[in-house]
Design a protein around this ligand. Structure first.
Ligand SMILES: Nc1ncnc2c1ncn2[C@@H]1O[C@H](COP(=O)(O)OP(=O)(O)OP(=O)(O)O)[C@@H](O)[C@H]1O
Ligand SMILES: [Mg+2]
Length: 228
């Protein structure tokens, strides 16, 4: 994989939440290559969500972050976001439309895809996520796990260069987790997946990063080296 383009580069990145006296991420450097699937592991409060949010430009940072070769700064934010798919750990934060299908299709129409085509592709994505029957439902009618599946459909459908996913399997039932891991394993986008689920991570990731108190303490292809 050595010659593949780098889709995410952190160079000495620190992140501090407003009002906090300590860094949530401290002096973090890492690189991810095109198509690479990386699990971001660590205990509660270790900094996984903060790292993902910084990579999407949702939190201010020190140091430098490059997404698909673009330096992340205020002036490049829109361009960076077009290359990213993001999943919040609370999916209701990102379901904006009154109908599920329109929510997923929005990811495609904002990229210039024709409406009919966007609708068909979104239906296929919802089907693949096991929620095809809910295409005409309203988000408030869905269970938490169903909302997660819909939000994931919106994040994946336009095949962004980089997916930043915060605990995507957390709310899923066991068959749902297995199906999602298989879908991720075959998905072409690079993925950075924050998760506590080592079995899930092993099924769909080729590399495992361990955070402790905001620092990368392990970066390995052997998940067996990591205990939580
Ligand atoms: N909005 C906030 N304001 C202040 N500090 C915050 C805020 N959000 C997170 N933090 C702090 O940042 C640190 C990292 O939190 P973060 O949410 O990134 O951890 P995490 O690894 O995602 O944890 P979890 O496994 O519980 O989701 C923690 O010390 C936390 O207290
Ligand atoms: Mg978190």
């Amino acid at each position: 994989m050595t010659d593949l383009p780098i889709v995410l580069r952190f160079d000495d990145v620190s992140v501090r939440h407003s009002g906090s006296h300590v860094d949530a991420i401290h002096g973090c450097s890492l690189e991810m290559k095109e198509g690479e699937h990386v699990a971001l592991l660590g205990l509660n409060g270790s900094g996984k969500t903060s790292l993902l949010m910084a990579a999407a430009g949702l939190l201010p940072h020190e140091g430098t972050i490059d997404v698909d070769g673009i330096r992340l700064e205020n002036s490049s934010l829109a361009e960076v976001r077009r290359r990213i798919g993001f999943l919040f750990s609370t999916p209701e934060d990102q379901l904006l439309f009154p109908r599920v299908l329109d929510d997923v299709a929005f990811s495609l129409t904002t990229q210039g895809r024709k409406e009919g085509e966007a609708r068909e592709e979104s239906e296929r994505m919802l089907e693949a996520m096991g929620v095809g029957a809910l295409a005409n439902a309203a988000p408030y009618e869905l269970s938490f796990g169903q909302k997660m599946r819909v939000a994931l459909s919106g994040a994946l459908v336009h095949k962004p260069r980089l997916l930043l996913l915060d605990e995507p399997s957390g709310a899923l039932d066991p068959p749902g987790k297995r199906a999602l891991a298989a879908l991720f394993a075959a998905h072409p986008s690079a993925m950075l997946i924050a998760t506590h689920d080592l079995v899930f991570a092993e099924r769909c990731c080729d590399r495992f990063i361990l955070l402790e108190a905001g620092k990368v303490v392990r970066d390995t292809v052997q998940i067996g080296e990591i205990t939580l």
